[in-house]
Design a protein around this ligand. Structure first.
Ligand code: HEM
Ligand code: HEM
Length: 240
C-alpha cells in the first residue's frame, strides 16, 4: 500500500494497478515442464526423420552416420522424457496440491463440469468474463490429462518396446516392455501407433501453446510467467 502511494505520488499522474500473486508451481514442476518441452521437440523432429528418412547420403556408407545420430538423439531424449516423467509422478505425491492437478481430474464434482462448460464457452468467445484459477482451469486440466498424460504414457511404453527390439531379446527393455509388441500385433503395428501418437501429442502442443498465449493476454491472470517463476498474478479489472 505504501509503495502504491509512493508510486502514484509521482508527477506523471499515472494510475497504479494492484496485483495479487499466489505461488502455484514449485521449482521441480517448472523444471520438469521445460525439460519435457525440449525432449518432445527433439523426439518429434528425430522421430519424424526415423519414420521418413532422408535420401541416401553421398559417399561411402561407412562415412555416413547421420541416421545413427538422429536415432541416438531420439533414444537419449526418450530416456530423459521417461525418467523426468517418473520424477514428476513422484512430485505429485510430495509436492503441493497443484502438483497433483495434472493426474487427478475431479470428474465426480458437478461444479467442475459446469465450470468446464464455462471454459468451453470462454474459449469459443461466447463468454465475456474469464474465471480465475490458481491452478489449472477445468478445460486445461482435462486436455493436459487426456492428451498429455495418456499420450506420454503411450509414447514411453511403445517407444521402449521398439527400443527393446533393438537392444535384443533378454535386454532390460525387452523384459519390461516386450509384451507390448504382441499386444498390437507385430513390430510394424507398434511403429505405426507410435508414429500416430506423435501427431496426437503435436495436436495437444499446438492447442496448448495457442491457449497459453491467448489466456495470458485475455484472462487477466498470468500464465506463461507462472510456468517460469511459479507465481500467478491476478490483474485487477479496474485501477483503484
Ligand atoms: C512440447 C511442448 C509442451 C508440452 C508437452 C507441455 C505440457 C504441459 C503440461 C503437461 C502442463 C501441466 C503442468 C503440470 O500441471 O505439471 C503444462 C502447463 C503449462 N504450459 Fe506447457 N507444454 C508445452 C509447451 C509449452 C509452451 C511452449 C508454453 C509457453 C508458451 C507452455 C506454457 C504452459 C503454461 C503457461 C502452463 C501452465 C498452465 C496453467 O497454469 O494452467 N507450454 N504444459
Ligand atoms: C513424445 C514422445 C515421442 C515421439 C513424438 C516419438 C516419435 C517417433 C516416431 C515418429 C518414430 C518413427 C516411427 C515409424 O514411423 O516407424 C519413432 C520411432 C522410434 N521411437 Fe519414438 N517417439 C517418442 C518417444 C519415444 C521414447 C520414450 C522412446 C524410448 C526410447 C522411443 C523410441 C523409439 C524407437 C526405438 C523407435 C524406432 C527406431 C527405428 O526403428 O530406427 N520413442 N518415434
Amino acid at each position: 500500500m505504501a509503495l502504491e502511494k509512493q508510486l502514484s505520488a509521482g508527477d506523471s499522474g499515472e494510475k497504479v494497478r494492484k496485483q495479487t500473486a499466489v505461488y502455484v508451481y514449485e521449482a521441480p514442476v517448472r523444471l520438469w515442464h521445460w525439460v519435457t518441452v525440449l525432449c518432445i521437440l527433439t523426439l518429434c523432429i528425430s522421430g519424424y526423420f526415423i519414420g521418413s528418412p532422408l535420401p541416401a547420403q553421398p559417399g561411402e556408407a561407412s562415412d555416413n552416420y547421420l541416421m545413427g545420430y538422429i536415432r541416438f538423439a531420439h533414444f537419449a531424449a526418450g530416456y530423459i522424457l521417461a525418467i523426468a516423467f517418473v520424477g514428476r509422478i513422484y512430485w505429485a505425491f510430495v509436492g503441493n496440491s497443484h502438483a497433483r492437478e495434472l493426474f487427478i481430474v475431479p470428474v465426480w464434482r458437478k461444479q467442475w463440469w459446469s465450470e468446464l462448460l464455462h471454459e468451453l464457452r470462454w474459449y469459443l468467445f461466447l463468454e465475456k468474463t474469464p474465471k480465475k484459477y490458481i491452478g489449472h482451469n477445468p478445460m486445461g486440466q482435462l486436455a493436459m490429462f487426456g492428451f498429455f498424460v495418456i499420450g506420454n504414457f503411450f509414447m514411453i511404453i511403445t517407444g521402449f518396446a521398439l527400443y527393446g527390439e533393438g537392444l535384443g531379446v533378454g535386454s532390460w527393455a525387452d523384459r519390461w516392455f516386450g509384451w507390448v509388441i504382441p499386444l498390437f500385433g507385430q513390430s510394424q503395428d507398434v511403429h505405426t501407433w507410435h508414429h500416430l501418437g506423435m501427431w496426437y501429442i503435436i495436436i495437444f502442443v499446438m492447442t496448448h501453446v495457442y491457449v497459453a498465449v491467448r489466456e495470458d493476454i485475455m484472462s487477466r491472470q498470468s500464465l506463461i510467467s507462472t510456468m517460469v517463476g511459479g507465481w500467478r498474478m491476478f490483474k485487477d479489472d479496474k485501477p483503484d
